[in-house]
Design a protein around this ligand. Structure first.
Ligand code: R5P
Length: 297
């Protein structure tokens, strides 16, 4: 078994290769003078390999990472790989999972369709809307349990809260595994201005620590609003766990200003943000489990 690492998952691919006992393919990359991308699987044996795992994450540089992943997949397909597993811990474009305003595309469908071509199985970590994977050759790995477990050292007997109904399964999954209470908030986003508002729900967080669980922190607006609301309801300490910490546009400042004391993220991206409020959880063991599950079928 060999791993072809994309630029956004080179560091984590080393660990995954070690856990799986797989070899790493040396990938040559360059940009042609006209700006086009070139990749070559330099150390792929002439007769291919039984299984090639193409491993890449799609943040940062979503568009070029997507193209790089497609080129790596094609290179594996054309050069004798007998089976191909695509490991993409973070898939970009997944939040445009339906038509919100007339005239829009379903971007998530476009990305999943092109990536599904020619693979035996895809592995994604905590995709925004898992129903998108129905009927497609993909496995969705939840990691909210290990993230909440990582947050437990900062809180005492917390209630696990999803900031919206869409995140409820993540909160429920972690809470069930760890024997904690859980609930969710009602969030609304203005599709034109992007403004988020939280509506109260009948949960008692008074004098309790809270762990908010979400899939993505982009601008931090969702979590900041949720934290403010929970603190206004009497929550003692508010800690956040999220699978994909993009943290754009002053997200950390917003998070701090909202009274959040800790942020635990999964190591799913091609970058690590350095900040004292942040800590990362290694998900390579979970990826190994997913790959082994695929191989055992
Ligand atoms: C939305 O449904 C997602 O689950 C996240 O809550 C959202 O994308 C986070 O974005 P931001 O950090 O910009 O509020």
């Amino acid at each position: 078994m060999l791993i072809a690492p994309g630029s956004n998952f080179t560091r984590q691919s080393l660990e995954l290769a070690r856990l799986l006992g797989a070899g790493l393919i040396d990938v040559e990359r360059k940009i042609f003078p006209d700006g086009e991308m070139y990749v070559r699987l330099k150390s792929l044996p002439g007769d291919g390999a039984d299984t090639v795992i193409v491993a890449n994450s799609m943040y940062p540089n979503q568009d070029s990472s997507l193209l790089e992943t497609l080129l790596l997949l094609n290179a594996a397909q054309k050069n004798g790989a007998k089976s191909i597993i695509l490991v993409t811990p973070y898939l970009a474009y997944m939040r445009q999972d339906k038509i919100f305003l007339h005239g829009e595309p379903v971007s998530a469908e476009v990305v999943l369709n092109i990536l599904s071509h020619g693979i035996n199985k895809g592995v994604v970590v905590d995709v925004h809307n898992p129903s998108l994977l129905e009927g497609k050759p993909w496995i969705n790995m939840l990691v909210s349990d290990i993230l909440v477990e990582g947050a437990l050292k900062h809180v005492s007997k917390p209630v696990v809260i999803a900031p919206d109904k869409g995140a409820l399964e993540r909160a429920k999954y972690a809470a069930a595994k760890l024997g904690l209470d859980f609930d969710y908030l009602i969030k609304e986003r203005d599709r034109v201005t992007g403004e988020v508002s939280i509506k109260p729900r009948s949960i008692s967080v008074e004098n309790r620590d809270v762990v908010i669980v979400d899939d993505i922190i982009s601008t931090g607006g969702t979590l900041a609003e949720a934290a403010r609301f929970l603190i206004s309801q009497g929550a003692r300490r508010v800690v956040v766990v999220a699978t994909h910490g993009l943290l754009v546009g002053g997200a950390l400042r917003k998070i701090r200003d909202a009274g959040i004391s800790r942020v635990v993220l999964a190591d799913t991206l091609g970058l690590i943000h350095e900040d004292p409020i942040l800590e990362y959880v290694n998900i390579a063991p979970r990826l190994r489990e997913a790959v082994e599950e695929v191989l055992s079928r």
